[in-house]
Design a protein around this ligand. Structure first.
Ligand code: SAM
Length: 215
């Protein structure tokens, strides 16, 4: 029997020592979410390596250090309402949900089978403050807008206007922007209707495909 709890603790310690994890809120969230339940069953042994892993349909679950970095940059509060674009396995949504226990995560996924995979994984962890929505997340999710935080976990050619329109005043949006091979992790803050950008360095994500993404 593999000791996943010990492996998870060791990974989190590494992410702290490498500077990706900084806050008690996100450290506890990553300690609390079993990543092995968000990867295909035959890949569970490798769930605590700090790398992305295939989840089918040419898509990946992001590397733990990227999940840690992006979750820290979101600056979550207990009751944050978050839009995620790109549910994939549901792991990033689960970590956000654990870090904002009185909040809610709306997570949009364009591949129906992956939306089901994410729903099943979240249900197996008894995470109830996430709703996975099927559709094109480049258009956001108007029904529940505006959002205090928006996180896009796929690579975009630019920041979709629809997402800026669904970001609350004072809110933050995180998105990898660049070409299909290399992107820059961009943070956009809505400061009274003025969008202020900050750049957080290079990253590599699968493409964001949709109306306001790659065609
Ligand atoms: N956050 C995920 C996780 O924790 O496993 C990893 C996301 S994976 C790197 C990117 C995901 O974005 C894929 O599942 C892909 O199908 C999805 N995606 C790409 N374009 C999309 C779009 N326009 N709307 C919604 N999801 C999209």
């Amino acid at each position: 029997m593999m000791d996943f709890v010990a492996k998870r603790r060791r990974l989190v310690e590494c992410l702290v020592s490498e500077g990706y994890l900084r806050s008690r809120r996100v450290i506890d969230a990553m300690l609390g979410v079993p990543r092995e339940l968000f990867v295909p069953e035959d890949a569970r042994a490798g769930a605590y390596a700090d790398c992305p892993m295939p989840i089918g349909f040419g898509q990946t679950i992001s590397a733990p250090h990227m999940v840690a970095l992006m979750t820290e940059l979101l600056g979550l509060e207990d009751d944050s309402v978050v839009l995620e674009v790109g549910s994939g396995s549901g792991y990033q949504a689960a970590v956000i949900a654990a870090a904002a226990p009185d909040g809610f995560v709306y997570s949009v996924e364009r591949i129906e089978s992956l939306a089901d995979f994410a729903r099943d994984n979240l249900a197996s962890c008894k995470i109830r403050n996430v709703e996975v929505v099927s559709g094109d997340g480049t258009l956001g999710y108007v029904r529940k807008a505006p959002y205090g935080r928006i996180i896009v976990t796929a690579a975009a050619p630019g920041v979709p206007e629809s997402l800026l329109g669904q970001l609350s005043d004072g809110g933050r949006l995180l998105i990898p922007v660049g070409d299909r091979f290399l992107q820059d992790l961009v943070e956009v803050r809505n400061e009274g209707g003025k969008f202020v950008e900050k750049h957080h360095g290079g990253c590599v994500f699968v493409p964001l495909i949709g109306e306001e993404g790659w065609k």
